[in-house]
Design a protein around this ligand. Structure first.
Ligand SMILES: O=C(O)CCC(=O)C(=O)O
Ligand SMILES: [Fe+2]
Length: 217
């Protein structure tokens, strides 16, 4: 009889790391569901493929993006905005799968935000070397709702600063299954992702996937 040492291991416990008032990392929060979530991302991408959008200033973003939900975040020469249809397909974005929705709501709750009903899920794909410069999430009309951000695949360094671009940043390595929630006093905190280092992950191969849930009304 063979004995599998790992067969009966429980998924790792969720570990809270407070970043700032209103901001927390929930380590491993979606680790047990990671593969299911990545399969749901693959299903979204079949309808609304990843694409490299252009900033209003005319630069191509290194991160490839798509969305699911009632609205999706888009950028082109006309500016940053939310759109109820995918400009690539002319169709509505695919819906947010129920598991994803429930996990985002549960993470927000753990972060101290109890009435979160996300209607946007921006999906970011970082190839090796891709990054997201320090920015604020401020295209939403209402800042009472938090941002819930889930990480999968290759690790990446998340920078989390203050309300001014020049504030010092904390650097946190995010790995598969980690969730960051920020709202309240931290809702407009500057944040970003340093260039993803070369590596291989069994579930995503050579990239990092990030899902960012927002509620816009
Ligand atoms: O990839 C991440 O962890 C952050 C993504 C982000 O800040 C954004 O999509 O606005
Ligand atoms: Fe952001």
């Amino acid at each position: 009889m063979t004995f599998d040492l790992f067969e009966h291991l429980e998924p790792p416990e969720v570990v809270r790391e407070n970043l700032a008032p209103g901001a927390v990392i929930l380590r491993h929060f979606v680790l047990p569901q990671a593969r299911t979530i990545l399969a749901q991302v693959a299903a979204v991408v079949k309808c609304s493929p990843f694409r490299h959008m252009t900033t209003p200033g005319g630069y191509g973003m290194s991160v490839a993006m798509t969305n699911c939900g009632d609205y999706g975040w888009v950028t082109d020469r006309q500016g940053y905005r939310y759109s109820d249809e995918d400009p690539l397909t002319g169709k509505p974005w695919p819906p947010i799968a129920s598991l994803l929705y429930q996990l985002a709501v549960a993470a927000a709750e753990q972060g101290g935000f109890s009435d979160f009903q996300p209607n946007v899920c921006l999906i970011n794909r970082y190839a090796i070397g891709a990054k997201m410069s320090l920015h604020q999430d401020k295209d939403e009309k209402n800042f009472t709702y938090p941002i819930v951000s889930m990480s999968f695949g290759l690790p990446a360094v998340f920078q989390f600063g203050g309300l001014s671009r020049s504030d010092t940043v904390q650097k946190c390595l995010l790995t598969q299954g980690d969730v960051v929630v920020w709202g309240g006093a931290s809702r407009l905190a500057y944040h970003g992702i340093l260039p993803v280092k070369a590596g291989h992950h069994p579930d995503t191969e050579d990239c990092r996937i990030n899902l960012t849930f927002r509620q816009i009304d």
